[in-house]
Design a protein. Structure first.
Length: 158
Protein backbone atom coordinates (compact mmCIF):
# COMPACT_ATOMS: atom_id res chain seq x y z
CA UNK A 1 0.00 0.00 0.00
CA UNK A 2 2.83 2.38 0.90
CA UNK A 3 4.52 1.74 -2.46
CA UNK A 4 1.39 2.77 -4.38
CA UNK A 5 1.05 5.89 -2.26
CA UNK A 6 4.65 6.90 -3.10
CA UNK A 7 4.02 6.31 -6.82
CA UNK A 8 0.85 8.37 -6.65
CA UNK A 9 2.75 11.25 -4.99
CA UNK A 10 5.49 11.01 -7.62
CA UNK A 11 2.90 11.04 -10.40
CA UNK A 12 1.23 14.08 -8.81
CA UNK A 13 4.57 15.92 -8.61
CA UNK A 14 5.35 15.13 -12.24
CA UNK A 15 1.92 16.39 -13.28
CA UNK A 16 2.48 19.57 -11.26
CA UNK A 17 5.84 20.16 -12.98
CA UNK A 18 4.24 19.58 -16.39
CA UNK A 19 1.46 22.10 -15.67
CA UNK A 20 3.99 24.64 -14.38
CA UNK A 21 6.08 24.32 -17.54
CA UNK A 22 2.92 24.57 -19.66
CA UNK A 23 2.10 27.91 -18.01
CA UNK A 24 5.70 29.09 -18.25
CA UNK A 25 5.68 29.03 -22.06
CA UNK A 26 2.86 31.59 -22.60
CA UNK A 27 4.22 33.89 -19.90
CA UNK A 28 7.72 33.75 -21.37
CA UNK A 29 6.25 34.76 -24.74
CA UNK A 30 4.51 37.67 -23.02
CA UNK A 31 7.78 38.77 -21.39
CA UNK A 32 9.61 38.57 -24.72
CA UNK A 33 6.95 40.68 -26.43
CA UNK A 34 7.09 43.24 -23.61
CA UNK A 35 10.86 43.40 -23.96
CA UNK A 36 10.50 43.94 -27.70
CA UNK A 37 8.00 46.69 -27.07
CA UNK A 38 10.24 48.43 -24.53
CA UNK A 39 13.59 48.24 -26.25
CA UNK A 40 13.51 47.38 -29.92
CA UNK A 41 10.27 49.05 -30.93
CA UNK A 42 11.10 52.35 -29.21
CA UNK A 43 14.48 52.45 -30.94
CA UNK A 44 12.81 51.47 -34.20
CA UNK A 45 10.30 54.31 -33.83
CA UNK A 46 12.97 56.98 -34.23
CA UNK A 47 13.43 56.12 -37.90
CA UNK A 48 10.20 54.30 -38.89
CA UNK A 49 6.46 54.90 -38.89
CA UNK A 50 3.79 53.31 -36.71
CA UNK A 51 2.82 50.93 -39.51
CA UNK A 52 6.41 49.69 -39.77
CA UNK A 53 6.46 49.09 -36.02
CA UNK A 54 3.25 47.08 -36.29
CA UNK A 55 4.81 44.97 -39.07
CA UNK A 56 7.93 44.48 -36.93
CA UNK A 57 5.91 43.32 -33.91
CA UNK A 58 3.75 41.02 -36.05
CA UNK A 59 6.85 39.42 -37.55
CA UNK A 60 8.38 38.85 -34.10
CA UNK A 61 5.09 37.45 -32.77
CA UNK A 62 4.94 34.99 -35.68
CA UNK A 63 8.45 33.84 -34.78
CA UNK A 64 7.15 33.11 -31.27
CA UNK A 65 4.04 31.31 -32.65
CA UNK A 66 1.72 33.98 -31.23
CA UNK A 67 -1.17 34.98 -33.49
CA UNK A 68 -1.20 38.78 -33.74
CA UNK A 69 -3.13 41.02 -36.12
CA UNK A 70 -2.56 44.65 -37.02
CA UNK A 71 -5.83 45.65 -35.27
CA UNK A 72 -4.50 44.23 -31.98
CA UNK A 73 -1.52 46.60 -31.95
CA UNK A 74 -2.03 50.18 -30.84
CA UNK A 75 0.87 52.60 -31.38
CA UNK A 76 0.42 56.22 -30.37
CA UNK A 77 2.61 59.24 -29.82
CA UNK A 78 1.70 62.03 -27.47
CA UNK A 79 3.04 65.43 -28.56
CA UNK A 80 5.74 63.65 -30.55
CA UNK A 81 7.66 63.10 -27.31
CA UNK A 82 5.96 60.16 -25.59
CA UNK A 83 5.31 56.77 -27.14
CA UNK A 84 2.54 54.39 -26.07
CA UNK A 85 2.22 50.74 -27.14
CA UNK A 86 -0.68 48.46 -26.37
CA UNK A 87 -1.10 44.86 -27.55
CA UNK A 88 -3.97 42.41 -27.35
CA UNK A 89 -2.19 39.05 -27.12
CA UNK A 90 -3.92 35.69 -27.09
CA UNK A 91 -1.24 33.10 -26.38
CA UNK A 92 -2.26 29.44 -26.77
CA UNK A 93 -2.06 27.22 -23.68
CA UNK A 94 -2.06 23.44 -24.10
CA UNK A 95 -2.23 21.18 -21.03
CA UNK A 96 -2.64 17.54 -22.03
CA UNK A 97 -6.14 17.44 -23.52
CA UNK A 98 -7.13 20.96 -22.44
CA UNK A 99 -6.54 23.67 -25.07
CA UNK A 100 -7.26 27.34 -24.45
CA UNK A 101 -5.56 30.69 -24.80
CA UNK A 102 -4.42 33.23 -22.23
CA UNK A 103 -5.31 36.85 -22.93
CA UNK A 104 -2.70 39.50 -22.14
CA UNK A 105 -2.83 43.26 -22.63
CA UNK A 106 0.72 44.58 -22.22
CA UNK A 107 1.00 48.38 -22.23
CA UNK A 108 4.27 50.26 -22.53
CA UNK A 109 4.65 53.98 -21.96
CA UNK A 110 7.93 55.85 -22.40
CA UNK A 111 9.74 58.87 -23.68
CA UNK A 112 10.93 58.60 -27.26
CA UNK A 113 14.01 60.66 -26.59
CA UNK A 114 15.26 58.30 -23.92
CA UNK A 115 15.44 60.67 -20.94
CA UNK A 116 16.52 59.09 -17.67
CA UNK A 117 13.74 60.04 -15.26
CA UNK A 118 14.83 57.70 -12.46
CA UNK A 119 18.28 59.20 -12.02
CA UNK A 120 17.15 62.83 -11.90
CA UNK A 121 13.68 62.62 -10.38
CA UNK A 122 14.77 62.50 -6.74
CA UNK A 123 13.44 66.02 -6.15
CA UNK A 124 10.02 65.09 -7.59
CA UNK A 125 9.74 68.36 -9.48
CA UNK A 126 9.90 68.08 -13.26
CA UNK A 127 10.84 71.74 -13.59
CA UNK A 128 14.23 71.04 -11.95
CA UNK A 129 15.20 68.41 -14.51
CA UNK A 130 17.46 69.89 -17.13
CA UNK A 131 16.95 66.93 -19.45
CA UNK A 132 13.19 67.59 -19.53
CA UNK A 133 13.47 71.34 -20.09
CA UNK A 134 12.73 71.03 -23.79
CA UNK A 135 9.50 69.05 -23.33
CA UNK A 136 6.23 70.81 -23.99
CA UNK A 137 4.00 71.96 -21.12
CA UNK A 138 1.28 69.42 -21.91
CA UNK A 139 3.83 66.60 -21.78
CA UNK A 140 5.12 67.85 -18.43
CA UNK A 141 1.56 67.90 -17.08
CA UNK A 142 1.01 64.37 -18.41
CA UNK A 143 4.19 63.13 -16.69
CA UNK A 144 3.30 64.94 -13.46
CA UNK A 145 0.00 63.04 -13.32
CA UNK A 146 1.68 59.68 -14.10
CA UNK A 147 2.53 58.86 -10.48
CA UNK A 148 2.42 55.51 -8.75
CA UNK A 149 -0.53 56.65 -6.63
CA UNK A 150 -2.54 57.66 -9.70
CA UNK A 151 -1.65 54.36 -11.36
CA UNK A 152 -3.05 52.34 -8.42
CA UNK A 153 -6.15 54.55 -8.19
CA UNK A 154 -6.82 53.99 -11.89
CA UNK A 155 -6.08 50.27 -11.63
CA UNK A 156 -8.43 49.65 -8.69
CA UNK A 157 -11.15 51.96 -10.04
CA UNK A 158 -12.22 49.34 -12.60
Amino acid sequence: MYRYFRKLILLGLLLLVYVAISFWVPYSKLWLMQDLMQTQARLFFASQSGKDIQDFLIKKAEALDVPLKREEIKVETINGEIIYFELQLNVPLDILFYHTSLHFEPKIFGLIRGFDLDKNAASGNLEDLSSLAELSDSTKNYLRNKTLRNYFEEFFAH
